[in-house]
Design a protein around this ligand. Structure first.
Ligand code: CMP
Length: 224
C-alpha cells in the first residue's frame, strides 16, 4: 500500500519496479500527529519527504507574524527537495494539518538518483509544474479578487482531495478558515464572507474543516 502511494511521486514514478522498491526500503517512515512540525523555515535541509497519508501545509511567516501558505500537499506528493538541489535553508515550514505518515530520503541517497536521466527529467517536470502553478497564483494575487481566489483554491483542493457523494463533491481539506485565508492570501474575515456568499447562493455547503461543492460549474465560472 505504502509503495503504491509513494510511487505516484515524480521521484519514484520514473523508476522501474525493483529500483522503486529498493528506494522505498531506504526511506524512513515518520509518523506525524495533527499540528506536528516536521521542519522549520530556515533549518538546514538534509532530507526530502514523500507523503503516504495525511496532509502537510508549507507556510512562511512574515516579520510581523502573519503567515502565508505556499501549498497543501497530500498522498503521493513530495516536498523538501529544494534545499537538496540548491543547498541552503528550508524556504518554508512543514506542518501536518492532519495525522499521517511521510517517508524521508536523505540527501546522500537522493543525489545519486539524479544520474538517471529519466529520474532527473521527471523531477524537472515536477518543478516546472510547480513554477507554473506559483506564477498563476502570483497573477491571481494581482488580477483576481478574494472570492475568485477562494473559488479557485476550493476547486484545486477538490481536484486533489475531493470525493464524489450523492449531492456533490466532498472536499475534506482539514484546514481551518484561518488556514484557508493564509492559502489565498487574504484576511479571515474576507474569506469567511466569500464562503458565506457561496453557501448562500447554493454553490457549496460549509462543514467543519470541509466543504461540499454542490455546483462545480458556477464555482468554476467565479474562479475565472
Ligand atoms: P525546502 O526548501 O527544502 O523545504 C520547504 C519545501 O517547500 C521546499 O523545499 C519545496 O519542496 C516546498 N515548496 C517551496 N515552494 C513551494 C511552492 N510554491 N509550492 C509547493 N511547494 C513548495
Amino acid at each position: 500500500m505504502a509503495e503504491e502511494v509513494l510511487r505516484r511521486a515524480p521521484l519514484l514514478a520514473a523508476l522501474d519496479e525493483d529500483s522503486a522498491r529498493a528506494l522505498v526500503a531506504r526511506m524512513r517512515p515518520v509518523e506525524l500527529a495533527r499540528g506536528e512540525r516536521l521542519f522549520h523555515e530556515g533549518d538546514p535541509g538534509d532530507a526530502l519527504y514523500v507523503i503516504e497519508t495525511g496532509k502537510i501545509k508549507l507556510g512562511r511567516r512574515a516579520a510581523d507574524g502573519r503567515e502565508n501558505l505556499l501549498a497543501i500537499l497530500g498522498p503521493g506528493e513530495m516536498f523538501g527537495e529544494l534545499s537538496l538541489f540548491d543547498p541552503g535553508p528550508r524556504v518554508a515550514t512543514a506542518v501536518a494539518v492532519s495525522a499521517g505518515r511521510v517517508h524521508s530520503l536523505t540527501r546522500d541517497d537522493f543525489v545519486p538518483l539524479l544520474d538517471q536521466p529519466r529520474v532527473a527529467l521527471s523531477l524537472l517536470a515536477a518543478l516546472g509544474r510547480r513554477l507554473r502553478r506559483t506564477n498563476e497564483a502570483l497573477a491571481d494575487l494581482v488580477f483576481s479578487d478574494v472570492p475568485g481566489r477562494v473559488a479557485k483554491a476550493l476547486l484545486d483542493l477538490a481536484r486533489r482531495f475531493g470525493r464524489q457523494t450523492d449531492d456533490g463533491v466532498l472536499v475534506a481539506h482539514d484546514l481551518t478558515q484561518e488556514e484557508l485565508a493564509q492559502l489565498v492570501g487574504a484576511s479571515r474575515e474576507t474569506v469567511n464572507k466569500a464562503l458565506a456568499d457561496f453557501a448562500g447562493r447554493g454553490w457549496l455547503r460549509l462543514e467543519a474543516r470541509a466543504v461540499t461543492i454542490l455546483d462545480v460549474e458556477r464555482l468554476r465560472r467565479r474562479a475565472r
